[in-house]
Design a protein around this ligand. Sequence first.
Ligand code: BGC
Length: 325
Amino acid sequence: MSDKKWKVGLIALSMIVIYLFIGFAINARTIDNVVALLRGAEVSSSQRYHVVLIEQEQRHPYWQLIERGALDAAKIYDLELEYTGPVRNNMEEQIKLLEKAIASKVDGIIVQGLNDEKFTPVINKAIDKGIPVLTIDTDAPTSRRLTYVGTDNFRAGNRLGHMVVQATGGQGKIGVLIGSDKAENQMLRLNGLKHVIDQFPGLEIVAVRPSNISRIEAVEQAIAVLAQHPEIDTMVGTSALDALGMVQAKNHVGRYEIRIIGFDDLPETLDGIRKGEIVSTLAQKPYLMGYDSIRLLHDHFRGRPLPKEHYTEVEVINASHARRE
Ligand code: BGC
């Protein structure tokens, strides 16, 4: 064979090897890793995708369930998960944490979109910088987030309304505690609840107060509402600790007959149902929200398209279910 033919053969072979190598490297990891591989550097596990979950409040029992789901999924999908949140419910602080995650160039962000107007510009800033964002628990629907993972909050409010109708037989004066008047999931639940109550002339919401997602504040607000409105016979809560605060309040003021309908299924809420202190609760799926948001981000990193909304189920729990738990 002539020299020329050898050279052409060698060049073709080298090109095939380079092509296969690059193809392999791209499949295995991101372009950064390709560069590292070409330089002969080892691709270490520290180059796993780094994802930040930004919660409404640190060490809150509801958010701890979301963390648990996200951590379990992060192990399975081999992502590095960091979670953070304000020490006490504080939207400005939460937005600062979102800005910080963007500045530290994380690979993905999962954030509660507490307030559409405030969160949308910051979420869009992350998207402009190439950082995918998912909203969890509360959506920021006008932002360019990839997906919302959580409850359909208006529909959940409707369900709560029907639970009230069932418990009261369509007659009663209602006091409502909401987690926060700045949180859009709470306002959607309240609107969904009102929508049903308005269809029953015998039912009336006489007071709505925020609990600031705190059990102590829920107790204080419920005591104040009961003092101001002695005609109240039913109390409804739209966030995880409200029913627990209302139980303490009704026991404190000796109004044991008051019906309480709550939100979420923290262990103490289920206990309250078993003891007959709470009539029923509408349970969200926080563990699944955490798990599915990580699973969907992983899908995104793999180039798979995501749905615009990924609604998790809610479930009505009353005495007959709670006893079985
Ligand atoms: C809500 C969360 C909130 C939590 C606080 C849940 O019902 O979905 O947004 O942080 O309650 O108790």
